[in-house]
Ligand binder design. Sequence first.
Ligand code: COA
Length: 333
Amino acid sequence: MATLLQSQGAQHAAILGVGSYRPARVVPNSEVVDAIDSSDEWIQQRSGIKTRRWAGPEESVQMMAVAAARKALDRAGIDPRQIDTVVVATVSHMLQTPAVATAIAHELGTDQAAAFDISAACAGFCHGVSMAADFVRAGSAGHVLVIGVERLTDILDLHDRGTAFIFADGAGAAVVGPSDTPGIGPVVWGSDGEQFDLIRQREDWRDVVASGDPVMPHLVMQGNPVFRWASFAMAKIGQQALDRAGVSIDELDVFVPHQANMRIIDAMARSMKLPPRVKIARDIAEMGNTSAASIPLALDRMIDEGEARSGDTALLVAFGAGLAYAAQVVTVP
Ligand code: COA
């Protein structure tokens, strides 16, 4: 039996740069309330959302992803040809195959990087960051581009009271590469498939075709159980990620939970007893829930606005359909 040679990676991995793209069109609550018999006051009170961004015809999944990636590459000082792996977390690329990652890798000008999509809904970006860190350390990749991108308005039923005001569009990206010091802590991830139906595409594509009345199988959600699950279970996952990284609450500077609902963000912060000193991402108010894009969008905004500074210790906690979740501590680039 032959002894197989093994690849050798970098000792440590870190996020080297972050970027994001916000669609141009700002949609206030007043534009969505009539179709769902709601009000600006109800939406703000229950979710904290004031506006969201909806992508225009030119703002495709690929276009938004490339724009976010270019900013992340620029910030990292990395040429696209140095990227040898592109991981795209999305549930709203409208082709079953091929993966949008290959088109993104090509448009960016990578040198035929390995490129594939992952499906972990709102938890997708943190799954991608964990994989990227492992690739870099194992030697499977030198530099990895992780992108979270969604154009959820394509699968949104604007008459559905439970989802129409929540979900939105956008993209965020991070370049992960070798580092002298550990910049990405161990991931805490998992799933609860018993709750598979709580957030899902309404029907299987084959049932849509068989119905003879092809209507887009929209995203549907049982908001209440999701709310309870996220508010209670996800704070524990965040704490586990801190523990596994050996980081105490006192050492934490920034908290970037998935931007699902302001009340969930507040409940997690209370439950984890985060001191007022810790800066908390609250991009949900302006962006709604952009699923896989929400964490890099929120982190990039905090960096742009000086709330998160280079070297800060940040906790990322992502959760969503599946139900799937992933959390890790990272150093802000
Ligand atoms: N506008 C106005 N009223 C609405 C409404 C809307 N869009 N949707 C529901 N209501 C009404 C209901 O009819 C109900 O009225 P009633 O008390 O007279 O029967 C009341 O509001 C409460 O309904 P409920 O469905 O229990 O609302 P809720 O308090 O659970 O809030 C969500 C709804 C969606 C805001 C909340 O469940 C939520 O945020 N869930 C988590 C969503 C999430 O984060 N998902 C992403 C995870 S990745």
